[in-house]
Design a protein around this ligand. Structure first.
Ligand SMILES: Cc1ncc(COP(=O)(O)O)c(C=O)c1O
Length: 399
């Protein structure tokens, strides 16, 4: 799935839509196009699609259909979790100043929402991360206060791929009776997640990171044990961001984006089908790329953890190289990779994530992210290695 003569190494930014996803979306655009809320056959066909999508997404996480609140993507799911939970807590505890715990290297969808909440008078603790980019359950434990309303720790980082010890953090949160949210936008469908086993209460997902369409995602919301069948606990834990119709268990109004959510569910189904095979294939390619860069190109270092990282993420610091220029040279040669995170590319500030793991601003500006995916081959990796060696040598000679 590479445009002619171009090689894509930016799957953390977004992925191409799988042809089978396009196929099912086409069906829901052209034939089953009804409003899922309509009582006639067109409506019922669309409703069936919504129900199937909800069930498919839920079961992949070992959850139930009523746990899924469809959103416009990861950013909205994160906003709903953070704003929804803190405002709900405030409603329930009017005399409190609700407190939120996040890490200092969250994606802006969480980080900027936390800043907004801070400006609104809520309290936020920003946990620092270790050199590999992870927080510990002990740090979370120590940050808990009487009015902590939510702990939000990303499952895996979008720039350096580091995976957090969510299961251990989940145990801490459960023991303290505090809800745990995790931004799993980069991890979902890449590593196995079990919301029950890991004590995750809220979890954000975005379809365009795993071969689904852009502009669709969901927030998983835990259900209470005593909930009636097919009912959701979302309104108990969260205040909605928007008001309108009764869609998504009264938590997120708007006519359902049926082609989008059916497409997302098809992408989930495809991920599940060959999960283990694809996981080990990617790990092998990732490790080959890391090993060869570190061995063959002098003065390079890996950002993030060697082993505790997403199967498809590589982030390298090329000392004394301006990574933006290297990225442009690679692009001119037909290879796409990224400096910082693509969602906010164009920023000239050094990456908050790379500074957060202890790099100085020169090292941060010398770092590039290569992310692999379903259509990455060994030949692509070899071509990338060849060009990296050539360009880095040339650029260092010139400097
Ligand atoms: C970790 C993380 N969270 C949230 C988002 C936002 O997701 P969306 O683009 O669907 O709004 C992204 C997108 O890059 C991400 O990587």
């Amino acid at each position: 799935m590479n445009a002619k003569n171009r090689i894509y190494f930016d799957y953390n930014a977004t992925t191409p839509v799988h042809p089978e996803v396009v196929k099912i979306m086409d069906e829901f655009y052209l034939q089953k196009f009804g409003n899922a809320g309509s009582a006639h056959t067109f409506g019922l066909k669309a409703f069936e699609g919504v129900h199937w999508a909800r069930k498919t997404c839920a079961e992949f996480l070992r959850g139930k259909p009523e746990n899924i609140i469809f959103t416009s993507g990861g950013s909205e799911a994160d906003n709903l979790a953070l704003q929804g939970r803190l405002y709900k807590y405030k409603e329930e505890h009017p005399n409190s100043i609700p407190h939120l715990i996040i890490t200092s290297i969250e994606h802006p969808a969480v980080f900027e929402t936390a800043k907004f909440l801070e400006n609104q008078g809520f309290k936020v603790t920003y946990l620092s991360v270790n050199k590999e980019g992870a927080v510990s359950a002990k740090q979370v434990q120590e940050a808990i206060r009487e009015d902590t309303a939510l702990i939000s720790i990303m499952y895996a980082n979008n720039e350096i791929g580091t995976i957090n010890p969510i299961k251990e953090i989940g145990q801490v949160a459960k023991k303290a009776g505090i809800m745990l949210h995790t931004d799993a936008v980069q991890a979902f469908a890449k590593v196995k997640i079990d919301v029950q086993r890991e004590n995750i209460d809220l979890l954000s997902v975005s379809a365009h990171k795993f071969y689904g369409p852009k502009g669709i995602g969901f927030l998983y919301v835990k259900n209470d044990d005593d909930m009636e069948k097919n009912a959701s606990s979302a309104a108990k834990y969260l205040r909605p961001l928007m008001y309108g119709g009764s869609q998504e268990f009264n938590m997120r109004p708007a006519t359902e984006n049926v082609p989008g959510l059916v497409g997302m569910a098809k992408a989930v189904e495809l991920a599940e089908k060959d999960f283990d095979l694809e996981y080990s294939r990617l790990v092998k390619l990732r490790d080959y790329l890391i090993d060869h860069i570190l061995q063959e190109i002098p003065e390079t270092k890996l950002n993030g953890s060697r082993t505790n990282r997403l199967p498809h993420n590589v982030n390298i610091c090329f000392q004394n190289i301006y990574a933006y220029d290297l990225m442009i040279k690679l692009d001119a040669a037909g290879i796409a990779c990224s400096v910082g995170a693509a969602c906010h590319a164009g920023e000239t500030k050094p990456s908050r994530v790379l500074l957060g793991i202890g790099l100085n601003s020169d090292e941060a500006a010398a770092s590039l992210r290569f992310s692999l995916g379903r259509w990455t081959t060994q030949e692509h990796i070899d071509e990338l290695l060849r060009l990296l060696e050539k360009y880095v040598t040339e650029m260092r000679k010139k400097a």
